[in-house]
Design a protein around this ligand. Structure first.
Ligand SMILES: NC(=O)c1ccc[n+]([C@@H]2O[C@H](COP(=O)([O-])OP(=O)(O)OC[C@H]3O[C@@H](n4cnc5c(N)ncnc54)[C@H](O)[C@@H]3O)[C@@H](O)[C@H]2O)c1
Length: 368
């Protein structure tokens, strides 16, 4: 299997995702070829720094790259104004220029906030993502969506800023916690559900090998997701034609749940997406789109894998309105209406711009 996936973009912005095991050399080769005289800023979080920063710093120093590091606390709460200011101040203090390079080393939180900072500093500095979580390796590092959360909702401040390359090193996943790993699995499942029934069937047969980190199956699944995301982004970079919006399956509900829980670590992003996927299928069933068998099959798969399908395991006093109101701030809203990605069946998703408040609340009631 070729270890490279290309994201095709206009104006010379195409880039490669290189997938491998212990492949830091590929990054160094790319830097030597393209950025010999550039300064390098590494942005990471304190968990990842303890595990993987030293080897990256060594590789850069050995190859005479001048570099400096910015470390933020781990967790969704760092995807905030506060740490955006810390990062941009530090980049400016270190006089980062447009032809320099930012390396984001971490999960979706680091990638999103570092990408946002890279996109706005001096109106755009180069960034390379080195994703270290499963979510980041199959999803967030690809496609240029960046941003931070606000009290009004998730990812509400951000821009599109494409990386110059993405380095997927599957060895990083060995140290990931079980919950973070499963969180990433929810995004893998999403790709199967939106456009690939064969992949879903393969996941039903192989999920145990993936969640036990078997190299062959894990790399196959990661590559499949990277290809799917690369194709969608190449076709619809900024969510204009409607293709990219399908990647939000489970996310309208998921983001609202995360917001209602104030981005508390009690629920990880991928866990919220898993619950959101279940609710999207419930809504699809209620609207006569998918069958009860489809819903049961998806719910069973989520449960077999070990992902949540409700909030029963979390102490909460949420009301239906607590979950419903954040949806009114969803980025995808059009003409005042919230857009939901629904399922016609497994492997076929479609956007629906005409879901009523009553229909949404009927489904949300399943979590209360
Ligand atoms: N930009 C996009 O297109 C996009 C897509 C999907 C998700 N996201 C965003 O991604 C975020 C979630 O990403 P995430 O789950 O990676 O969260 P995260 O970055 O918070 O990482 C989860 C935890 O894993 C730790 N960690 C990271 N790599 C590790 C490793 N190799 N070993 C051990 N621990 C490690 C982190 O320190 C953190 O505690 C959300 O904010 C979500 O909105 C963005």
């Amino acid at each position: 299997m070729d270890n490279k996936v290309k994201v095709y973009l206009d104006n010379n912005r195409s880039y490669q995702i290189i997938i491998g095991y212990e492949n830091l050399n590929d990054l160094i080769d790319f830097l030597i070829k393209n950025y010999t005289n550039s300064k390098i800023a590494i942005i990471t979080d304190d968990n990842v720094a303890k595990l993987y920063l030293e080897s990256l710093l060594n590789a850069l120093s050995t190859n005479k790259f001048i570099n400096f590091k910015i470390i933020i606390p781990a967790g969704e709460n760092s995807k905030s104004y506060k740490y955006f200011k810390l990062i941009t101040d530090s980049l400016l203090e270190n006089k980062i220029q447009r032809d320099d390079v930012i390396l984001s080393l971490g999960g979706g939180v680091v990638g999103d906030i570092a990408g946002f900072a890279a996109g706005v500093i001096r109106r755009g500095v180069n960034i390379i993502h080195i994703p270290t979580t499963l979510i980041a390796q199959v999803d967030s590092s690809i496609g240029g969506k960046t941003g931070i959360d606000t009290s009004h909702g998730k990812n509400l401040l951000g821009i599109f800023h494409q990386p110059k390359m993405v380095l997927v090193n599957t060895k990083y996943l060995i140290t990931l916690s079980k919950r973070d790993f499963l969180s990433g699995y929810a995004e893998i499942l999403k790709y199967a559900l939106i456009n690939d029934i064969n992949f879903f069937e393969w996941l039903e047969n192989n999920y145990k090998n993936i969640i036990s980190c078997q190299k062959k199956e894990l790399e196959f699944a990661i590559k499949k997701c990277c290809l799917s995301k690369a194709n969608i982004v190449s076709e619809d970079e900024t969510e204009l034609s409607g293709k990219r919006i399908l990647l939000n399956l489970g996310h309208t509900f998921g983001h609202a749940i995360e917001n209602a829980l104030k981005y508390d670590d009690k629920l990880k992003h991928g866990e919220a997406v898993a619950i959101g996927i279940r609710l999207a299928y419930e809504l699809s069933l209620n609207k006569g789109l998918c069958t009860k068998e489809d819903l049961c099959r998806v719910k069973n798969h989520l449960l077999n894998v070990g992902l949540p399908i409700n909030l029963d395991h979390i102490n909460n006093t949420l009301s239906i309105d607590d979950l419903y109101l954040p949806m009114l701030q969803d980025k995808k809203n059009k003409d005042g209406k919230t857009v939901f990605i629904l399922a016609k069946r497994i492997g076929k998703a479609l956007p629906d711009y005409n879901v009523t408040e009553e229909e949404v609340k009927e489904v949300l009631a399943k979590l209360i």
